[in-house]
Write a new protein. Structure first.
Length: 248
């Protein structure tokens, strides 16, 4: 099989991270193939955000390595800019630029980092906004949009850089319940288009529908990695079973 011969997009090996005396990530090993979709779940404080932040060099780590397409990623690396270009990140709290219009939020990265001209960047931004069903909101500023709409802009903004890998850190946790679906729908269509994705989420319906593997973290370590079918059948350790029973 051609895919099997390809090097994984992301390789994490022996990753350890401390915040002072606090051991936040313990011996993390995780390898992700092109097109794979991983859902990461686990109790609050288990290190999920810290792990995804290490992947796009928002966080330093002490031992082990993170490789993106074979290239070493760390917060001091020369390739920091290219890492940030190749990895799109969507946060719980949207993090849009409040003073810029929706279209400028999406077009800014390509203009400043990829040096694409204004007209082309805006054209592309409009295509992406159409894809997240927000073409009609392009001239508004973020505060004029609902939370679900803002999060869809954040996804379009990340996609504008043409990333190889998308990281989502609890993208629906800050949303009112009626807005969760519109964001998950965009994420699902991305998944179906073949995007490589790591999604930290407790939306287990999404995990069942989309995940190739579910990674369960607790105490800074990966406790379980399972396909959704096995994970939800309780074919996993007691800790994960207890977690699943609390959130489903
Ligand atoms: P999760 O995303 O699974 O809720 P985090 O990765 O945010 O967990 O946090 C893992 C642990 O690291 C927690 O105990 C948290 O308090 C701690 N932590 C996270 N960020 C920092 C920081 N900047 N400084 C100190 N401790 C931190
Ligand atoms: Mg978190």
């Amino acid at each position: 099989m051609v895919l099997a011969a390809q090097r994984p997009i992301l390789e994490i090996a022996g990753l350890n991270k401390w915040f002072g005396a606090m051991h936040a990530l313990r011996d993390i090993d995780l390898s992700i193939a092109a097109g794979e979709k991983i859902v990461v779940c686990g109790p609050s404080g288990s290190g999920k955000s810290t792990m995804v932040r290490c992947i796009n060099a928002l966080e330093r780590y002490q031992t082990g390595e993170v490789r993106l397409q074979g290239r070493l990623v760390n917060a001091d690396c020369d390739s920091l800019l290219s890492v940030r270009r190749e990895v799109g990140m969507v946060f719980q709290s949207f993090n849009l630029f409040p003073h810029l219009s929706v279209i400028d939020n999406v077009a800014l990265g390509p203009r400043k980092l990829l040096r694409i001209g204004r007209e082309e960047a805006e054209h592309r931004a409009m295509d992406l906004l159409a894809r997240v069903k927000l073409a009609d909101q392009a001239r508004k500023v973020p505060s004029q949009l609902s939370g679900g709409q803002q999060q869809r802009v954040a996804i379009a903004r990340a996609l504008a850089m043409n990333p190889k890998l998308m990281l989502f850190d609890e993208p629906t946790s800050a949303l009112d319940p009626e807005m969760v679906k519109e964001v998950l729908d965009v994420m699902m269509s991305l998944a179906h288009e073949g995007m490589t994705m790591i999604c930290v989420t407790h939306e287990m319906g999404f995990a069942r529908a989309v995940a190739d593997r579910i990674v369960f973290m607790a105490d800074g370590a990966i406790q379980e990695t399972a396909v959704p079918q096995a994970f939800f059948c309780g074919d996993c350790g007691a800790r994960a079973r207890q977690f699943i029973s609390h959130i489903t």
